[in-house]
Design a protein around this ligand. Structure first.
Ligand code: HEM
Length: 454
């Protein structure tokens, strides 16, 4: 008779400490830990960490099973408990019927027609960025490209979804979001961290950041309420939404959680993706050449409407390949509600299922030369034999990223416009080391020089 396999039968990495299990390795090696363990243990294994049950899966079939086929048996994993401390109960972290309702309310802001309306804002903000870059052009001077892209993606979210309400505070928001990200990662890494109500110096610093965030976002909501303004943006849409049954609008706290979530989720990921794309193109001049040929042949001298980017197929392949190489959200997690069966193992309730996107995107059995930048692999005929979840930078199932088309359009506009205008040369001293916090940031800022093309 075939023995049923349980959670304890799952292989696990060698442990160096009886109490802390794999925790030290995990913290130290981060992505490399997952890459190594896949080689040693295969597509499913558990990790020994105190106070949590954790399984890692890396096969596209089973990732689809968790995200799509049996998604009703899953909530988000422990990592989102830490994110919730910072972002509150917004779209990214809420669950169940409440999430469903909020998603229904926010979804129309991302419909195709709305994205078309946002197009000219994206172009306008990119033009402003190009003007800022002009002062470095042909001088051979290095400038901080990461910072410029940060400002640009922030300006785009701000002008398209929040009618420029956040403008005057962008500098301080950068610091706040960065610090917040670090706090979240520390909590994810450390199951022994004391709850946030215990008055430790660390918790005190965390609270201070949160209060500053609240100041920024509550004041935006206050201003809008006082002015009684209506704009065709996400903020107005959320503020004017009424509960179908009670007729009540969203509380200020709920609005703060939703707009902070969209704001944070909506710019850092895209900024990171753009930075890595410029880096990859600079490292691969033949691919850059091919892209430039496409841009020169197809786009008019200026990009003015969605139809100007629609035909740029190689550009889209470059973007897809860049997010395969450096998925801005490098890992996702879910938690079982009832017990489940994954790859023949019985997984108990309340088990965290970790899906390291980065590892799947670099799986040699799926992708040939996975560490090479080859946009050609995203040509439509090449993708036919690939599993849908061999590539999933935006997640999948009902919780698929709400901003996926927004992000793609934004990257198309920014890359097409900047590359038409400049040759972007990444600093030869740049070391592409990863700093995988919540997102896959480069460890060091990316510096660049720009040279005018025309
Ligand atoms: C390259 C850019 C982006 C990447 C790689 C990315 C990636 C992701 C991923 C992987 C998820 C799923 C998380 C999970 O299921 O656990 C997600 C969710 C989400 N993203 Fe994005 N994202 C990007 C851009 C954006 C933008 C531009 C916005 C908004 C303007 C946005 C807003 C959100 C929100 C609100 C969710 C939660 C959706 C829900 O659960 O209903 N993202 N994103």
């Amino acid at each position: 008779m075939l023995m049923k396999k349980g959670f304890d039968d799952l292989p696990y990495p060698k442990i160096s400490n009886a109490i802390f299990g794999n925790m030290a390795q995990l913290r130290k090696e981060k992505i490399n830990f997952f890459i190594q363990q896949k080689k040693v243990l295969g597509n499913i294994y558990r990790i020994k960490v105190p106070t949590r049950k954790v399984v890692v899966i890396t096969s596209p079939e089973w990732i689809k099973y968790v995200l799509v086929d049996n998604n009703k048996n899953y909530t988000k994993s422990f990592a989102y408990d830490s994110i919730r401390l910072f972002l509150g109960n917004g779209l990214l972290t809420s669950e169940g019927d409440f999430w469903k309702r909020q998603r229904r309310l926010a979804q129309p802001a991302f419909h195709k027609e709305k994205l078309h309306l946002m197009f000219h804002n994206m172009v306008e903000q990119t033009n402003k960025c190009i003007q800022r870059l002009e002062k470095y052009a042909d001088s051979g001077a290095l400038f901080n490209l990461s910072d410029e892209l940060y400002k640009l993606t922030l300006d785009i979210v701000n002008s398209t979804l929040f009618y420029n309400e956040i403008e005057s505070t962008t500098g301080s928001i950068y610091q706040l979001v960065s610090k917040g990200s670090e706090f979240i990662t520390q909590r994810i890494d450390n199951p022994f961290q004391l709850p946030n109500w215990v008055p430790t110096p660390h918790n005190w610093r965390e609270k201070k950041i949160l209060h500053s965030m609240d100041d920024v976002f509550f004041s935006i909501i206050d201003r809008r309420r006082k002015n009684k303004e209506h704009h065709e943006d996400l903020l107005s849409m959320l503020m004017e939404a009424k509960d179908e049954e009670t007729g009540e609008g969203m509380s200020n706290k709920q609005l703060r959680d939703e707009i902070l979530t969209i704001f944070v989720a909506g710019h850092e990921t895209t900024q990171i993706a753009l930075g890595w794309t410029f880096y990859l193109l600079s490292k691969n001049p033949d691919k850059l050449n091919q892209l430039n040929n496409e841009l020169d042949a197809q786009a008019n001298d200026s990009i003015t409407s969605p139809s100007d980017i629609r035909g740029l197929t190689y550009l889209k392949q470059v973007i897809d390949e860049s997010m395969r190489c450096y998925p801005p959200a490098w890992v996702m997690g879910r938690r079982t509600i009832e017990k489940d069966n994954i790859e023949g193992y019985e997984i108990p309730p309340y088990t965290n299922v970790v899906m390291p996107i980065y590892v799947v995107h670099h799986d040699e059995s799926i992708w040939e030369n996975p560490y090479e930048f080859e946009p050609e692999r995203f040509a439509p005929d090449k993708l036919k034999d690939k599993h849908k979840y061999a590539y999933f930078p935006f997640g999948g199932g009902p919780r698929l990223c709400i901003g996926n088309n927004f992000a793609i359009q934004e990257m198309q506009v920014v890359l097409a416009m900047i590359l038409q205008r400049f040759r972007v040369e990444i600093d030869s001293q740049f070391i592409p080391e990863l700093d995988p916090l919540v997102t896959l940031r480069p460890k060091y800022p990316i510096y660049a020089k720009v040279w005018k093309r025309k």
